[in-house]
Design a protein around this ligand. Structure first.
Ligand code: ZN
Length: 130
């Protein structure tokens, strides 16, 4: 309880040296922090929901960025009325309770590189085997 969801997942993946994998999480948070990517301005707009929420779905992947494990997660949260919020998970989501699964995969590592068209760090087609 009280740990930062994104930072905790990133720490586990770094410590376990996971180069490619799938991540899911269910549970509840005391506040949620996500971002929305503005496709015209090519910047992330941070959004914080300062209330108790259920994690309806939180899924993502692990790949490499600058040779290190990098976690990319999206999440949907629901409040006490069933209203749903969500976005690109960032630091600042504080866990009340969480069931987390991380599946390490074998095969070609996916390496993120800056993409000029989208402004995002996307998977490079020339990624290497691990
Ligand atoms: Zn995203």
């Amino acid at each position: 309880m009280g740990s930062d969801l994104y930072e905790s997942i990133s720490k586990i993946c770094t410590e376990e040296e996971i180069k490619i994998g799938k991540v899911t999480a269910l549970g509840a948070v005391t506040q949620a922090a996500v971002a929305y990517y503005d496709q015209k301005k090519k910047v992330y707009k941070p959004i914080t929901f300062k209330k108790h929420l259920e994690i309806l779905n939180c899924s993502g992947n692990v790949s490499l960025k600058d040779g290190k494990p990098f976690v990319h997660m999206h999440a949907t949260f629901a409040d006490g009325r069933g209203n749903v919020f969500g976005g690109h998970l960032t630091s600042g989501t504080l866990v009340f309770a969480c069931e987390l699964t991380i599946e390490e995969l074998e095969g070609r590592a996916l390496d993120r590189k800056p993409d000029e068209i989208t402004g995002l760090n996307l998977w490079d087609k020339t990624s290497v085997l691990v």
